[in-house]
Design a protein around this ligand. Structure first.
Ligand SMILES: [Zn+2]
Length: 203
């Protein structure tokens, strides 16, 4: 399904993305089983209307949960949707060069990367290597909600989505289009139990 011209506005792009999730949840996806090479070829040039930044979690395959086909959305996945310059540059590319109007940051319950950040703060033991970098990018959210809070993990999942959204809205090349209303950056949560994507309310 090619995005309609109406999907060239942030609001319409969001509506299209969420309607794809409803098809997925209903068990009646349009594209869900059409993952053939023929479908890939038929997509022709890409005309993506959204970019979704999500987690690497194997239970949250982004094209599937939004019932998207080849060429319709750009997908970036890092542990707990952690930003780095390559991620930001990639989003700047799809917004600036491909004309995408919607950026969604999608967190999820029981996120292992957020769990690592909670554990790191509680134990005082920071992972080594590049994993330490990922954890460092999540710990501010955990600190904000309080690492010792019994609900630190679910609260930090939400806080980390909001922090990621705020960082993208302030990105050098995104801030202008966002302020002008040409591009929207939204935060959402994926429910592992139901398959539903719910927008996080603005604070
Ligand atoms: Zn995760």
């Amino acid at each position: 399904m090619s995005p309609t011209p109406a999907a060239r506005t942030p609001r319409a792009a969001l509506a299209e993305l969420l309607s794809g999730n409803r098809r997925f949840v209903s068990g009646q996806p349009v594209h869900g089983h059409d993952v053939t090479a023929a479908a890939a070829v038929a997509s022709g040039d890409q005309q993506p209307y959204a970019v979704v930044l999500g987690c690497i979690d194997s239970r949250v395959p982004l094209e599937a949960i939004f019932d998207q086909t080849f060429g319709s959305i750009c997908v970036i996945r890092t542990g707990a949707h952690v930003l780095d310059r390559a991620v930001c540059g990639s989003i700047e590319y799809v917004v600036g060069q491909l004309g995408v109007r919607l950026v969604m940051v999608l967190g999820h319950e029981r996120c292992g990367a957020v769990g690592s950040a909670v554990d790191s703060l509680r134990s005082g033991r920071r992972p080594g290597g590049a994993l330490g970098y990922v954890v460092d990018r999540i710990t501010p959210a955990v600190r904000e909600v309080g690492a010792d809070d019994p609900d630190a993990h679910p609260l930090a999942v939400r806080r980390h989505v909001r922090r990621t959204v705020a960082a993208l809205r302030a990105d050098d090349l995104l801030a202008g289009p966002v302020a002008a209303g040409e591009v929207a950056v939204v935060g959402a949560l994926y429910d592992l139990a139901t398959g539903e994507v719910a927008l996080l309310p603005e604070e």
